[in-house]
Design a binder for this molecule. Structure first.
Ligand code: THG
Length: 807
């Protein structure tokens, strides 16, 4: 039993930088693991080899060695025909534990399943949690001291794994994600967003691993450090992997790698090790380089910030006022009520988009309609909005079960609206907020009392805050609502509310909020009352307001107020808003769109729900199916590709758009293939993920994109033997063959395919891609290279042009 490992780890971290191990995979390769074999199973069959590696890391100075369980989850093991998930994890954990020297620790290593988790993929969130719990159970049985969740590319998968650990035990847990060269994960999450989400959900350390080497990782760590409330972890690759002959090599030798040690220490890393391509020599060098250096502790104990899957909002002093868009609220809105009751999301999608464009920085989501299944609806909205917008959501509900489900599934750090002083609310909601690390709005009212004065509200606020402190919350975790009542019925209403804001902001020292529009109920020309109220609140230090961002008065006052209060550096926002022409040229309201344009817009938005209806409407209005595809849909998907290239769109949005397109194409197909146009495709492309590689997320996106652009794709799947690809080439006579590989060990199989094709006299261009594949590797094996699905379409187009459409 290692119940005190957590405390021991924490106390070491206070004194010095904790040293992790280096790569296991590349060390196994040096010791003869055959390419394409399952490392977990191979280690169990060759325990002495693994023990030898562990001993070397121990001598090099690793405090923590990782059990060889990175891929030991059910879906990945199943690909190697193994089903005893628990036993495999237990035995590998024991191997690590018995090799962790005296005073050393063994970590249970948890890697990705190979599937994106909903809303970003099709693996159900609770299924993902269950998959990780099964692995965790085995690791616990094998006696690990801590957990590391690593190489995550999907924030929702990282959340699922972290929840699985937390719901199984109270062990020290490190979560690290892998970032691309653009500083975001494959799914578009930036490091500060990931940090906010994971540290609030209970990770004991957050950081990065793998990625493209120490230089880039230093930058990521420096970005995170100012906002970290937990120690930071860095486990970089020894540069990017490259193939030299048949061997994978990494650019960085031990001494150049180790020289990064002190730079990581200065940037504030607290746990440091190496990923792919690092060896015991690299780790020993690293350890020596940081010897005696004082660790930089987290600079904050708490952080007032929320996040979505792809962005965060910081509520620090000096920041501009945040507007929470109020319009996703069915109260008094017949149309929205009816849509929600009918299970339709069109208006939700449109309202969210509009509010984002108008400058809302958070979106309040309320689904309180009598007779509506709130839980089901909030899940649908969270899933939809997590892909279509990057704005953090505020969950506004009077029902605890709605809030609970939202907190569990929301791929970020949520703001709960709200928790009042009613005993039942406090006892039900505070533990939930604590478990999921959410922020919450404090509503200063209690059973049967709606306090009229600032003094009484202050008492209630202090009471609620005291209860919250029992759960470990600090002032940074709460936003206090000033409690807005209408001045129409009580002329003191606004005065007492403003006094409450003043007391909170300047005496109690916490963040504040006003639900603006309540103040003017029953008055004519309400916008003036609301706007004046906002300005007064701003002057007192108001943090955020729930309002309609469609109100020009509100947004203008907000912008001018930020300027006056020195919250708008260089007057940038003010100038951006007011030096622009009043009506933006070329911008058309969606209502005026033609049926053609609506289809295009639905594809750009990834609107899978409405696309068929919109296509039908376009056909009814007399549009020709072929023209609809060529003149509306293809340009739309091309535009999406451009947005993706410019990093305005991220992978989840690209996939959503591509799926909307696919749905529309499938629907239109019978009308397109009207006998004479049966062969109306731009060319045949055979795709395969090569032998030994069981990951094909990337290849599937390429297939989707190519099909959308009018190519006939023959997708052979993953782990495809060389001969099968050759056979398919003979059978389908493709214009281009696309091959993908994720690992340097499987990359070589692409060359085998190309060589065999040449030997068999098959004359056809190859396109290759995949995580570690580079342009120079591609040209070394005589293939073209594409960096992603959008690029692949371009390259296929070029290849066909160059090679001629001579099939
Ligand atoms: N504090 C907190 N949460 C809140 C409020 C608050 N949530 C709900 C509400 N108040 C803020 N949200 C809304 C949402 C919609 C409208 C007003 C407030 C709204 N109002 C129109 C009106 O004012 O007449 C209705 C007509 C319309 O425009 O459609 O829609 O104070 N924590």
């Amino acid at each position: 039993m290692n119940a005190n490992a957590k405390n021991r780890i924490r106390s070491i971290i206070k004194k010095r930088i904790l040293i992790l191990d280096g790569a296991i995979g590349t060390e196994l390769q040096k010791r003869g693991i055959p390419a394409g074999s399952c490392p977990e199973l191979w280690c169990l069959e060759h325990p002495a080899v693994l023990q030898d590696i562990y001993a070397a890391y121990g001598r090099a100075g690793s405090d923590i060695i990782y059990a060889s369980t990175f891929g030991a989850n059910r879906p990945k093991l199943a690909q190697h025909g193994a089903v005893n998930v628990k036993g495999i994890n237990r035995d590998l954990a024991r191997l690590a534990k018995s090799s962790a020297g005296k005073g050393g620790f063994a970590a249970g290593d948890i890697g990705p399943t190979g599937h994106f988790v909903e809303p970003f993929g099709d693996l159900n969130f609770e299924e993902a949690v269950a998959i990780f719990k099964e692995q965790v159970a085995g690791l616990l049985e094998g006696g690990v001291d801590l957990f590391v969740i690593e190489t995550m590319m999907d924030i929702q998968e990282a959340r699922a794994a972290l929840l699985a650990v937390k719901e199984s035990c109270d062990y020290f847990t490190v979560v690290t994600m892998t970032y691309e060269d653009d500083g975001r994960t494959l799914n578009g999450t930036d490091p500060v967003t990931a940090l906010i989400t994971l540290q609030s959900l209970g990770a004991d350390s957050v950081g990065c691993n793998c990625s493209s080497g120490p230089e880039a990782m230093l930058e990521l760590i420096s970005l995170m450090k100012p906002y970290a409330t937990v120690p930071l972890t860095a486990k970089p690759n020894a540069g990017m992997p490259r193939l030299e002959g048949a061997n994978t090599v990494f650019d960085m030798n031990a001494s150049s790698f180790a020289a990064f040690g002190r730079r990581f220490a200065a940037a504030g890393v607290n746990l440091l090790g190496g990923c792919c391509g690092t060896s015991p020599d690299h780790i020993q060098g690293l350890r020596m380089d940081v010897e005696g250096l004082a660790p930089v502790p987290p600079r904050r104990k708490s952080l007032c910030a929320v996040s979505s899957a792809r962005s965060y909002r910081l509520f620090d002093e000096g920041k501009p006022l945040h507007i929470i868009g109020e319009r996703l609220n069915p109260t008094g809105k017949k149309a929205l009520q009816q849509e929600l009751l009918a299970g339709k999301m069109t208006l939700v999608r449109q309202t969210a988009r509009e509010q984002e464009e108008l400058g809302a920085s958070l979106l309040d989501v309320n689904v309180g309609v009598p007779g509506l299944d709130e839980v089901k609806t909030i899940v649908e909205i969270i899933n939809l909005l997590s892909i279509t917008t990057s704005i953090p959501l505020v969950v506004d509900s009077s029902r605890a079960e709605t809030i609970e489900k939202a907190l569990r599934l929301y791929p970020g750090r949520c703001l709960i609206n709200s928790i009042s002083g009613e005993r039942e609310k406090l006892s039900r909601l505070l533990p939930l907020a604590a478990k999921y690390g959410a922020m919450f709005i404090v509503l200063p009212l209690t059973e049967g009392e709606l306090p009229a004065t600032c003094e009484r509200r202050a008492e209630v606020i202090k009471d609620i805050f005291q209860a919250a402190c029992q759960f470990g919350f600090t002032r940074d975790d709460v936003i206090v609502d000033g409690l807005v009542m209408t001045v129409a019925s009580d002329d003191r209403a606004a005065v007492e509310t403003l006094k409450t804001i003043d007391w909170c902001a300047n005496v109690f020292k916490c963040r504040t909020l006003l639900g603006l529009s309540n103040v003017s109920f029953g008055m004519p020309e309400r916008q003036w009352v609301n706007a004046a109220f906002l300005a007064m609140g701003q002057a007192l230090g108001l943090t955020m307001a729930i309002a309609n961002p469609g109100s020009a008065e509100i947004m203008n006052i907000k912008t001018a107020g930020d300027l006056l209060l020195s919250k708008d550096p260089d007057a940038a926002s003010y100038l951006a808003r007011f030096s622009r022409l009043p009506v933006e040229e070329g911008k058309q309201a969606t209502q005026n769109f033609s049926p053609f344009q609506r289809v295009a817009a639905a594809i750009e938005e990834g609107n899978r729900e409405d696309i068929i209806k919109l296509v039908e409407e376009a056909l009814l209005s007399g549009a020709d199916a072929r023209r609809l595809v060529d003149e509306a849909m293809i340009p739309a998907i091309v535009k999406v590709g451009e947005l993706f290239d410019k990093k305005k769109y991220f992978l989840p949005q690209l996939i959503a758009a591509a799926e909307a397109m696919k749905k529309a194409l499938a629907f239109l197909e019978p009308r397109l293939a009207d006998g004479k146009t049966a062969a109306l495709h731009k060319g045949v492309v055979v795709l395969a993920t090569v032998k030994g590689d069981v990951h094909d997320i990337g290849k599937n996106i390429v297939a989707l994109m190519l099909r959308n652009h009018g190519y006939l794709v023959v997708d052979l799947g993953k782990n495809v033997p060389v001969e099968m690809i050759i056979e398919a080439m003979k059978k389908h006579n493709p214009q281009v063959v696309g091959l993908s590989a994720l690992m340097t060990t499987t990359m070589v199989n692409m060359k085998e395919v190309i060589d065999l094709a040449a030997k068999e006299g098959l004359n056809c261009p190859f396109l290759v891609g995949g995580a570690v594949v580079t342009g120079s590797y591609a040209s070394s094996i005589g293939a073209a290279y594409a960096k992603d699905g959008v690029d692949a379409v371009r390259v296929v187009q070029q290849l066909i042009k160059i090679w001629g459409n001579n099939k």
